[in-house]
Design a protein around this ligand. Structure first.
Ligand SMILES: Nc1ncnc2c1ncn2[C@@H]1O[C@H](COP(=O)(O)OP(=O)(O)OP(=O)(O)O)[C@@H](O)[C@H]1O
Ligand SMILES: [Mg+2]
Length: 482
């Protein structure tokens, strides 16, 4: 009676399925079943195999083997492999997975499944890899798949390499001297508006992927940044952070060591791809006019006009304290693509610094600090950072020392920053745009407007209350600009 009841039968069947499923997953038998299923499925497909030996016929290294190995070790499916090696990576505490011999690893490409088998070569001394592609997919995916491996392996190689810092020297036979570049600054350690930081990040990311795009437009694949702002606001640290993010070498070009335009050309010619070329304090050089370099020499250098071989895949960065007195021709779109303003600290930046330097997100003294910032006082992140580092064992003491410094050294400096912020930017800045392509400008200014008005209000209040402070404001401002 019970057996003939359909509800009972359904219930029993469901229970049996659930029990089998639990048993399969709990015991790991599911992997065995998957393996058998794959073998069964493979019976209905014809595979074509391609061997990638470690050594070629003249016993030299086959570069493709290294690239494929790097590529396979980067696949997430390596974790599914029956046997993998765990080895230490380059970074401290990093552990990476590496395929062992006689393993099979699966990969998906354009909807097709491919298999890689690792094994010893026929002579059993060198190793080899075997790619198995279904015959039905071969024509469609083989070439693009190998191309894809090349691209991914090159990217991985780029990430692995040790960065170098090049400085121009006045030696007869060589233009640049290199030292290892180990600056610890990263985009994460730089205090700047979160929105602006993510814009810079995505700008750099899209630059890295834009080779075809630039070439289609007939443009050299390079991007130029202008970092401007008072001393100690993080411009140089940001250059290092950019280089670390891009994984590019840095060429630090000291213009005072360049005799003439032709030497400048030679220096550019001797830079390599995947590099950040930096000229610090360009405004100072242009103001001094004491070098043998001409306007066209410098602007051609900035354009990377010589030809694509020496300007491709480069990021150029120019830093300035102020762009007010710089000929706008130097700053026009195309010559400088992105302008980034590095202001003195406001309360938001102070809080970010307190979080990273002191580990405090909130503090009872913060309201007092905010009040002082609203009154127009400010210091550079470098100045505040130093006070915090010196007092890092006691956040209260650190914040008190910042308050004292703001009241003494920082009086009126924030107003100077404000004065610059409301001023019009270079001609390349289009109204309302924070970023314009090409020749885009993204400055943190737009987002600050409300805060700026509050600062202006604070400043006017301060001026009317304490007219004697107008002198210290001027001095602060002069200090900053000088
Ligand atoms: N925005 C910031 N975020 C985090 N640290 C900062 C920031 N600005 C400055 N610092 C710290 O202050 C120090 C000096 O900064 P940096 O040399 O980058 O300033 P700069 O703008 O290049 O100054 P200058 O115009 O004098 O060359 C660095 O040690 C850096 O860590
Ligand atoms: Mg600097």
């Amino acid at each position: 009676m019970i057996l003939s009841n359909p509800f009972f039968l359904v219930l029993v069947t469901v229970c049996i399925f659930v029990a089998i499923r639990v048993a399969l997953y709990k015991t790991g038998l599911v992997f065995l079943v998957k393996k058998w299923w794959r073998r069964f499925e493979d019976c209905f497909h014809v595979y074509q195999s391609f061997k990638v030996p470690e050594l070629n016929e003249s016993m030299q290294e086959n570069h493709l083997y290294g690239k494929v190995t790097d590529y396979l070790n980067s696949l997430t499916s390596i974790e599914e492999s029956d046997f993998t090696n765990l080895v230490t990576g380059k970074k401290p505490n990093e552990i990476v997975l590496k395929l062992d011999r006689n393993q099979t690893i699966e990969d998906d490409f354009l909807g097709a499944k491919v298999l890689w088998e690792t094994g010893a070569s026929t002579d059993s001394t060198s190793r080899s890899l075997v790619l198995k592609i279904r015959k039905a997919d071969k024509r469609r995916i083989l070439r693009p798949y190998l191309q894809h491996i090349h691209v991914v392996a090159d990217e991985l190689e780029q990430k692995k390499r040790d960065l170098r810092l090049f400085m121009n020297v006045e030696a007869p036979n060589r233009a640049w001297r290199a030292v290892p570049f180990t600056h610890p600054s990263t985009l994460e350690t730089i205090t700047m508006e979160a929105d602006l930081k993510s814009k810079v990040k995505s700008d750099l990311e899209s630059f890295l992927k834009a080779r075809q795009y630039y070439h289609r437009l007939g443009r050299v694949w390079k991007r130029s940044f202008l970092l401007y702002g008072p001393s100690g606001t993080g411009k140089s640290s940001f250059v290092a952070a950019m280089a670390n993010f891009l994984n590019y070498d840095v060429y630090d070009l000291d213009l005072s060591r360049v005799k003439d335009d032709s030497q400048l050309k030679t220096l550019l010619l001797q830079t390599t791809t995947k590099s950040v070329i930096v000229i610090e304090d360009l405004d100072r050089y242009l103001a001094e006019k004491s070098t043998g370099l001409s306007f066209s020499g410098i602007s051609n250098f900035m354009d990377g006009l010589l030809n694509s071989c020496c300007a491709e895949e480069r990021v150029m960065v120019f830093t300035m304290n102020s762009k007010d007195h710089v000929d706008p021709a130097f700053l026009r779109p195309g010559r400088i693509d992105v302008h980034i303003h590095f202001p003195l600290c406001d309360f938001g930046a102070f809080k970010n610094l307190a979080t990273s330097y002191l580990g405090v997100k909130e503090h009872k003294l913060f309201s007092q600090v905010e009040e002082i910032f609203l009154n127009g006082s400010s210091l550079s992140p470098a100045e505040i950072g130093e006070l915090m580092i010196a007092n890092r064992n006691s956040p209260s003491r650190a914040i008190k020392s910042v308050i004292t410094a703001l009241q003494t050294d920082g009086d009126g400096r924030g107003i100077g920053m404000f004065g610059r912020r409301v001023g019009f930017d270079v001609g390349s800045r289009k109204s309302g745009d924070e970023m314009v392509e090409p020749g885009g400008v993204f400055c943190g200014e737009g987002a600050h407007t409300v805060r700026d008005f509050r600062k202006l209000y604070g400043f006017l209040r301060m001026k009317s209350n304490r007219s004697s402070h107008s002198q210290s404001f001027d001095a602060g401002s002069a200090n900053r600009d000088g």
